[in-house]
Design a protein around this ligand. Structure first.
Ligand code: ATP
Ligand code: MG
Length: 320
C-alpha cells in the first residue's frame, strides 16, 4: 500500500527531546519513503489556554526546529491549521459521527484538562480530537508518527473514518499510529516531557541551559547508580535520556557510572545530550526566519489544494 504520512505539533514552545524520540526521528526516516505532511497545529493551541500567546514566534521557531532536525521541505509539506479553512469545514460532518460520551471519556483530554491553565474547560478541549481527525484524513493519511499520548486521538480518527465510510461510501483509509523509540519520554520532573509544563530539554537550548536544567533534575540519596524504573524512577529517567542520545542501554550506562553518584550521572547525561544535539543546534543557527516564512507559504498552498479536493469528495459523497 502507498502510505501517506501525517503528523504535527502545537506551536506552544520549542520542540524537545520527547518530540525527537517520540516522533521527529521517524518523520525524518519516512520522508524518503512516502509523502509527508507536517502540521503546525495553531488552532489547537487554544484548547488549554485562553489566548494563543506568541503564536507567530512559536510558529516560526517550530519550523526552524523541523529544518534543524532534518525535515526537508523539498520532500515534506509543512503547513498550518489557520491557513486551511477547508480543514474546519471537514470538522462539521466529522463531529456528527461521534457521540458526546465518546468525546468525554478520552484519557488524553482528561490529562490535558488536569494540566490546563483555564478556569473553565472549553468545548474545543473535547472536540479538538475530531479536528485532528480532519488533519489526518484531509490528506488521506495512513501512517501517523506520534507519541503515546496521541493513541486515543488516533482511535477517534479511525472511528470517524470508519463511520464516514459506512454512512457515505468508502472515502477514507484507516490511519495507523507509528510509535517512536520512546513513545513517552518523561521530563525532568518525572511527568510527560511537555513544551508547556516547564520540564523539557529543548532541542534549541544552549549547552549551558541544558547543563543547568539537568543539574536541577531530581535524583535520590543512593550513591550507587542502578537502572530500576519502578524503584528509582528519577535516576532511571536520566539514564534513559543518556541512553537514547548515545544509542546505548541505560542499564549498561548505570553499571559504568557505578558508585559515581548523582554528580557523575548528571555529567554523563549532560555530555550525552549536548553531544547528540550539537549538529541540530548548529544547523538551526544557520537558518533564517525568512527561510521559514517562505517554506510555510509554499507548504500552506500545497496542503490547501489537497484539502479542497478532499472536501469536494466529502460533499459529493454526502450528497450535498
Ligand atoms: P504541549 O505541552 O504544549 O501540549 P507537547 O510537548 O505535549 O506540548 P505536542 O505539540 O502536544 O507537544 O505534541 C506533538 C507530538 O509530540 C505528538 O505526536 C506527541 O505525541 C509527541 N510528544 C510530545 N511529548 C512527548 C513525549 N514526552 N514523549 C514522546 N512523544 C511526545
Ligand atoms: Mg501536548
Amino acid at each position: 500500500m502507498n502510505d501517506v504520512v501525517l503528523t504535527g505539533d502545537r506551536p506552544t514552545g520549542p520542540l524537545h527531546l520527547g518530540h525527537y524520540f517520540g516522533s521527529l526521528a521517524n518523520r525524518v526516516l519516512l520522508q524518503d519513503l512516502h509523502p509527508l505532511y507536517v502540521l503546525i497545529a495553531d488552532y489547537q493551541v487554544i484548547t488549554d489556554r485562553d489566548l494563543p500567546g506568541e503564536i507567530r514566534r512559536h510558529t516560526t521557531e517550530l519550523l526552524l526546529d523541523y529544518l534543524a532536525v532534518g525535515i526537508d521541505p523539498a520532500k515534506a509539506t509543512i503547513f498550518q491549521h489557520s491557513a486551511i479553512p477547508e480543514l474546519n469545514q471537514l470538522l462539521l460532518p466529522f463531529l456528527s459521527l461521534v457521540s458526546v460520551s465518546e468525546l468525554g471519556r478520552n484519557p488524553t483530554v482528561k490529562d490535558e484538562i488536569a494540566h490546563s491553565s483555564q478556569s473553565a474547560v472549553s468545548g474545543l478541549m473535547f472536540t479538538y480530537p475530531v479536528h485532528q481527525a480532519a488533519d489526518i484524513l484531509f490528506c488521506k493519511g495512513t501512517l501517523v508518527p506520534v507519541g503515546k499520548d496521541q493513541l486515543p486521538h488516533l482511535e477517534v480518527a479511525r472511528l470517524v473514518a470508519r463511520r464516514f465510510n459506512e454512512r457515505y461510501g468508502a472515502v477514507f483509509p484507516l490511519p495507523e499510529a507509528m510509535m517512536g523509540a520512546q513513545p513517552l519520554l518523561k521530563g525532568l520532573d518525572g511527568g510527560k516531557m511537555s513544551k508547556s509544563r516547564g520540564n523539557a530539554i529543548a532541542l534549541s537550548a544552549t549547552e549551558d541551559e541544558t547543563a543547568a536544567l539537568i543539574r536541577k533534575a531530581r535524583t535520590d540519596a543512593e550513591r550507587l547508580i542502578t537502572f530500576e524504573e519502578e524503584r528509582r524512577p528519577e535516576v532511571a529517567n536520566l539514564l534513559t535520556l543518556a541512553g537514547l542520545c548515545l544509542g546505548r542501554a541505560p542499564a549498561e550506562l548505570a553499571e559504568e557510572i557505578g558508585d559515581g553518584g548523582a554528580v557523575t550521572l548528571k555529567r554523563v547525561v549532560t555530555e550525552a545530550v549536548n553531544e547528540f544535539l550539537r549538529p541540530v543546534r548548529k544547523r538551526r543557527a544557520e537558518l533564517s526566519e525568512g527561510d521559514a516564512r517562505r517554506i510555510l507559504a509554499e507548504g500552506n498552498e500545497r496542503a490547501r489544494e489537497r484539502a479542497v479536493r478532499t472536501l469536494e469528495e466529502v460533499r459529493v459523497a454526502m450528497g450535498f
